[in-house]
Design a protein around this ligand. Structure first.
Ligand code: SF4
Ligand code: SF4
Ligand code: F3S
Length: 268
């Protein structure tokens, strides 16, 4: 597709593990090359871009200048705010992540926080949070779409990008600004082990006969009843599997403060 047909996308990496980018590149409908070559013009993405060093940073600044008001901004990772943001500096100019996010947010058509770090602070904001890590929404004065999940599935990332590209507006959001189409139901509501929960059939110990039989993981700490996400339906890695199918309970990774509030992960 011609560049004019594609929506410029700037994807910033803050304090993160790159798991969200890893999830993105396993997209299958569309696959990531179709996304990049037919639907978006990927102006900056530290994992995927060919440019490096000064050239990469110039691409970023040029995209912010040339596509002001038109580009989509995706952010992966939490924004450290303590000490003026000094816990994260990036690139040749020594800008803080805080400065980069605020600068990029000012000219964006829409802002998408990809993952629980960017949405709510995530693991980086776990107590006592010495870097003052925060979600993007806390450092910009614009609405932000939050894609909770550590990481979110590629379906939820690409689906949200494509929604904006096709309809030119944000999807309906829940109270935490997560798209309702993806985060409208609890993991527990659509879990394939739900029949075992209703029948009172539980795994009591990892590796026991009940685990072999695929019984419910609630007694092993599954937080599916308290977690809003569509993992059982869309799954990960090209729709291959998801935590409960793999044999461990949901740890509530799409919820704010899950790291502090949902631990211990293996206790109900
Ligand atoms: Fe990594 Fe999770 Fe943060 Fe994504 S949300 S960058 S997977 S720690
Ligand atoms: Fe609910 Fe978890 Fe049991 Fe599935 S494994 S039915 S999500 S408690
Ligand atoms: Fe996260 Fe639970 Fe889904 S841990 S990936 S919300 S099953």
């Amino acid at each position: 597709a011609e560049l004019a047909d594609r929506v410029p996308l700037i994807w910033l990496h803050m304090a993160e593990c790159t798991g969200c980018s890893e999830s993105l590149i396993r997209s299958s409908t569309p696959d990531v090359s179709t996304l990049i070559f037919d639907h978006v013009s990927l102006e900056y993405q530290e994992t995927l871009m060919a440019a490096a060093g000064w050239q990469a940073e110039e691409n970023l600044d040029a995209a912010m200048r040339n596509y002001k008001g038109q580009y989509l901004l995706a952010v992966e990772g939490a924004v450290p705010t303590a000490n003026g943001g000094a816990f994260l500096t990036l690139g040749c100019k020594g800008r803080t992540g805080l400065e980069m996010v605020q600068e990029a947010a000012a000219g964006a058509a829409a802002i998408i926080s990809v993952g629980t770090c960017a949405s709510f602070g995530g693991v980086q904001a776990a107590k006592p949070n010495p870097t003052g890590a925060k979600g993007v929404h806390a450092v910009v004065d614009r609405p932000v779409i939050n894609l909770g999940g550590c990481p979110p599935s590629s379906s939820n990332i690409v689906g949200t990008l494509m929604y904006f590209i096709m309809f030119g507006k944000l999807p309906a959001l829940d109270t935490f600004n997560r798209p309702k189409w993806a985060y409208g139901a609890r993991v527990h509501d659509n879990c394939e082990r739900r029949g075992h929960f209703d029948a009172g059939e539980f795994v009591e110990e990892f590796g026991d006969v009940s685990a072999e039989n695929g019984y419910c993981l609630y007694k092993m700490g599954c937080k599916g009843p308290y977690t809003y996400n569509n993992c059982p339906q869309v799954r990960f890695n090209n729709h291959t599997s998801w935590p409960v199918l793999a044999g461990h309970g949901c740890i509530g990774c799409s919820e704010p403060d899950f790291w502090d509030d949902m631990a211990d992960f293996e206790k109900p």
